[in-house]
Structures are given as structure tokens and as C-alpha cells.
Design a protein around this ligand. Structure first.
Ligand code: FES
Length: 237
């Protein structure tokens, strides 16, 4: 077992536990965007950063393993300032039209922006200067790159949860693109139309077209069997 302090409270957790898991066990809230347990743990968004005594840098809670004697602050002024900056930067590349977005009210980015009081970005993101038309030829799924935060949850879900590798990461740095197979050629791709990628998306970038017919709070999630390919996969719909 490992002993550490979280927000002044002593905790004991199993070795190999992440700061995020330890904090959640201690009842402390840490915001996440890119994190999807056992599917996407790449630590790319940096929204989950926390302060650890004696460390120069803030640490991403979702993929930092606890160490004996750590003293963690999950909501210190430095942490809050860093999270507001992360959200500000994400918004700089994100088209802010929540009212017309099918994820309005169920978007994680919107939720955390509201929580930390970030309304508009002070920056103009490099991707905002590039034309990013939606990919909308797929009968069930659509992709709106101007709403994508490049968290890669869809890429990892397609790879790890379905084993299809239909969604890929293209290029690097500011030119990074999420290559989704929803263009005119979608029938020739590996996409099975399972919709897991859309469920993994934390924003309105990747959505199931049927969600335009209702608001998230008007429906209830149920466990069911996908009839699409006759394999009988269980899924939450
Ligand atoms: Fe930890 Fe994104 S949630 S880095």
C-alpha cells in the first residue's frame, strides 16, 4: 500500500494507483477530457493537472502513479489557473456554437468551461485558419472537425474496443488530423458503424446522426445487443 495526502487528508491506496483514482476514492473531483479508462490514457489534454509538493511542474492526474508520501492539491489557485489556460487553448480551435450543437448540455468541454468560467478564448487557434468541412456522407455518423479537441478517444476506442483501426491519427503537431472514414468512400473503409467512437467523443465533433432527433436529457441509456453484424456485441445505447 502507498500512503499520501490529498487536499490535506491522508489516504492509503494500492501500489500502481493513479492520482486520479486516488483522488476519486478520496471524494475529490478532478476534471478530465481525453481520459477513458483502459482505452485512452495518453494524457494529452492536461485538464486533469494537479499540484504535488516538491514538484516544479503540475502533474497529469490521469496517468501519474502515486508515490509514497506525496502531498497533492487538486484545486489550488495554480491548478485552477492551469486548467483555465488549457480550456482557453482548447476553445481557441473550437467553434463555439453550443446552441446549435447536438451535444449541447451533454458536452464535457462545455461542462468544464462553465465550471471554470471560461467563455471565450483569448487566442486564435492555428486550426481555425484552416478550412475544416464536416464529413457527413456516412448514414449514421458525422464528424465536425471544427468541434474536435484531438483527444484521440475515438481513435483509441476504434482500435482498443472494436479492434477495427478505422479511425486514425494523421500528421503531427499543429497539423494533426483525426482521419475518420465518414467521407464519400465510407463503404470501402473498415468502419462497422458500431457508433462506439461517437459515444467516446467528449464534444459534439463525432456524433450519431440520430442524436439530432432528441436532446440527451430526453432519453435513458440501456444495455442492449447490437444487431448490425450478427456478432451480438453488448453495448450501451
Ligand atoms: Fe488527464 Fe487529459 S484527462 S491529460
Amino acid at each position: 500500500m502507498v500512503s499520501l495526502m490529498i487536499n490535506g487528508y491522508e489516504c492509503m491506496v494500492q501500489e500502481g494507483t493513479t492520482i486520479l483514482e486516488a483522488a476519486q476514492g478520496a471524494g475529490a473531483q478532478i476534471p478530465t477530457l481525453c481520459f477513458l479508462k483502459e482505452i485512452n490514457e495518453i494524457g494529452s489534454c492536461r485538464l486533469c493537472v494537479v499540484e504535488a509538493e516538491g514538484e516544479d511542474h503540475l502533474l497529469p492526474a490521469c496517468n501519474t502513479i502515486v508515490r509514497e508520501g506525496m502531498k497533492i492539491q487538486t484545486e489550488s489557485p495554480r491548478v485552477v489557473a492551469a486548467r483555465r489556460e488549457v480550456l482557453d487553448l482548447l476553445l481557441s480551435n473550437h467553434k463555439r456554437n453550443c446552441f446549435f450543437c447536438s451535444r449541447n448540455g451533454a458536452c464535457d468541454l462545455q461542462k468544464w468551461c462553465n465550471y471554470y468560467g471560461v467563455e471565450e478564448s483569448r487566442y486564435i487557434g492555428s486550426r481555425k485558419k484552416i478550412e475544416r468541412p464536416p464529413k457527413d456522407s456516412h448514414p449514421f455518423l458525422s464528424y465536425h472537425p471544427e468541434l474536435c479537441i484531438h483527444c484521440q478517444r475515438c481513435v483509441s476506442t476504434c482500435e482498443n474496443a472494436t479492434g477495427r483501426h478505422a479511425i486514425n491519427l494523421g500528421k503531427t503537431g499543429m497539423f494533426t488530423v483525426i482521419d475518420v472514414p465518414f467521407g464519400d468512400d465510407w463503404k470501402t473503409t473498415l468502419c462497422e458503424s458500431c457508433g462506439n467512437c461517437a459515444q467516446a467523443c467528449p464534444t459534439g465533433a463525432l456524433t450519431e446522426k440520430r442524436t439530432k432527433q432528441y436532446r440527451p436529457w430526453e432519453v435513458r441509456r440501456v444495455r442492449t445487443t447490437c444487431p448490425h453484424c450478427a456478432t451480438g456485441c453488448q453495448m450501451d445505447l
